[in-house]
Write a protein that binds this ligand. Structure first.
Ligand code: SF4
Length: 225
């Protein structure tokens, strides 16, 4: 082995003199940079999660079963945000699971994405409101900074608010969903769109067509971003 290395360098010296040249594969290099970035962001998110998971800043801390931080790709280009955990999320600790979760997974596959790969899912607030009531403004005031911190770490290209409550809470607009859809809003410097919550599609299949239109727009936006 030693002889082989010595012979190689001798040949190189004969060819190129005393200067050594190394070729770097640019693809491999950018891949490893991305991989490291992903690991670092995941670590930052984990540390942040650990620092807030016992939060009692609002009364929902006392009634939750599980704190629901969020899951997905730490370097996601698409951040999906629901309003708050419901019962299955409170029990599992993961956002948008159960029937709504399956519906969301199908939509993501249809636009060439999947949960955890290019996609991160979170809620505006991290603990379940009793009986699935809408989050109170005082609860949002306490919890929204956590979402902002997550966004600053993930740096998505696009945020999509799922459902009217998530949209109006993030945009501070008390208008119907239809008025928020099909417009690109700004959420602290990141483009934001509003569409239906997948649970709404389970309740009313008439929402599927317009929701699919929204996700086709999302696919186009991310393809061009
Ligand atoms: S909802 Fe948010 S602010 Fe309230 S206790 Fe849970 S993590 Fe803390």
């Amino acid at each position: 082995m030693k002889d082989t290395i010595h012979k190689y360098f001798k040949q190189q010296q004969l060819l190129y003199g005393n200067e050594l040249y190394f070729s770097i594969n640019p693809e491999q290099s950018s891949e490893s940079i991305l991989k490291n970035d992903r690991i670092n962001t995941q670590q930052e998110l984990d540390t942040f999660n650990e620092s807030i998971c016992l939060c009692m800043e609002c009364p929902l801390g006392k009634t939750r079963t599980n704190f629901v931080f969020g899951v997905g790709d730490p370097n996601a280009e698409l951040l999906l945000v629901g309003e708050a955990p419901g019962e299955p999320e409170d029990l599992s600790g993961e956002p948008i699971v159960g029937g709504a979760g399956k519906m969301l997974d199908k939509i993501l596959i249809a636009i060439g994405k999947k949960r955890g790969d290019g996609v991160y899912i979170a809620n505006v607030i991290k603990c379940r409101p009793p009986n699935n009531r809408d989050p109170l403004p005082s609860e949002v005031d306490k919890c929204e900074p956590y979402l902002l911190e997550q966004i600053s770490k993930i740096r998505p290209k696009l945020i999509v608010a799922l459902g009217r409550v998530a949209g109006k809470t993030l945009l501070k607009l008390d208008v119907p969903l239809q008025e928020m859809r099909e417009k690109t809003h700004d959420y602290n410097g990141t483009p934001l769109r509003v569409t239906y919550h997948p649970a709404a599609l389970l309740r009313n299949s008439n929402f599927k067509k317009p929701c699919w239109k929204d996700f086709q727009w999302i696919q186009g936006f991310l393809g061009n971003a």
